[in-house]
Design a protein around this ligand. Sequence first.
Ligand code: PRT
Ligand code: ZN
Length: 286
Amino acid sequence: MEKRLRIAVQKSGRLSEVSMELLAECGISIKNGKGALVASASNFPIDILYLRDDDIPQYVEDGTADLGILGENVLEESGVKVTIAKRLDFSKCRLSLAIPKGAAYEGIAYFHQKRIATSYPNILKKFLAANGLEADVHNISGSVEIAPNIGLADAICDIVSSGSTLLSNGLKEVAVIFQSEAVLIANPNLTTEGVAILEKLLFRLNAVMTARNNKYIVLNAPNEAIPNIINVLPGMKSPTVVPLAQEGWSALHSVLSEDQFWDVIGELKAAGAQGILVVPIEKMIL
Ligand code: PRT
Ligand code: ZN
C-alpha cells in the first residue's frame, strides 16, 4: 500500500481555517466531511486528523500523527520533543505579562511574590526561574484577563495579539516572555518514505509562502528612464524589458517583496514609471 502521512490540524479555532487554506494552496484537496475526525487528501499522500490544539504535540510525539500544525506557544508549553519542520508565518502572537494599568512598574522584579494567573504555567515558571523570581502561579484555563479584576491574581500571563483584550480589561502589557507563530512539526522518527512525503510538502509550502511575500510588478516607461528604474528595483534577477508598440517606450516586468514595494513605489514614479500594475503570484520556486 502507498505510504501516507497523518497531519494533525486544529479541529476548530483560530488555526483551523488558515491551516486548511494553506494546504489547499499547496494543491492538496481534502473533502471535509462535516464533523469528521479524519479526512483524506485525494491527490497527495496525507490524511488529516482534526484535534484540539493542546493534544497535537503528544499525538505527534507518540507517532499517532506524523505531522502537526499548531501555535509554537502550545508546543513550548507541552514540553514535548518534536522537530519544527517549518515556521509558517501566520497566527503571530506573543505570551506576555500584564498588570493593572494604574500600577507602577519598574521591571520584572515587580512579579516577585506576586500571584500570576495563566494558562501557560510551564513557560511562565521557566521564565520566573531563569530570572530568579518566585511567584504564585495560578493555572486557569480560560478568561485569564479577568483574574486581576475579580481579585484572583495581581497579574496575568497570556497571549496577546492586538492588545485590545488587555486594554478593555484595564491591564497593560509590561513584558513579552515568548514570541509565537504557527509551526509545522514532525515526529523525529519518520521512515525514509515518510521523510520523502514531508519533503514534497515542504517544497510546496516554500513555493506558496515565497509567493505570498512577493508581488509581480509590470510598468511602462520611456526607454531613457529604464536604467534608473532598474537601479531602483531590487528585483529577483535582472528585470524583463519588452518594447511597447509605441516607439521609444518599454514595459518592464519584475518581482518585488511585499515589504519593498511600498518603499520603492514613489521612487519608481519619480524615475518615470507609468501604469504600474501589481499582481499577486500564486507559486514561486527559487
Ligand atoms: O479548542 P482548542 O484547544 O483547539 O483551541 P484554543 O481555544 O486553545 O486556541 P485558539 O483557537 O483560541 O488559538 C489557537 C492559537 O492561535 C493559539 O495557541 C495561538 O498560537 C494563536 N493565537 C494568535 C492566539 C491569538 N492570536 C489570540 N489573540 N490565541 C489566542 N488569542 C487570544 C488570547 O488568549 C486573548 O484572550 O486572544 C486574546 C488576545 O487578543 P488581542 O488581539 O485582544 O490582544
Ligand atoms: Zn487549546
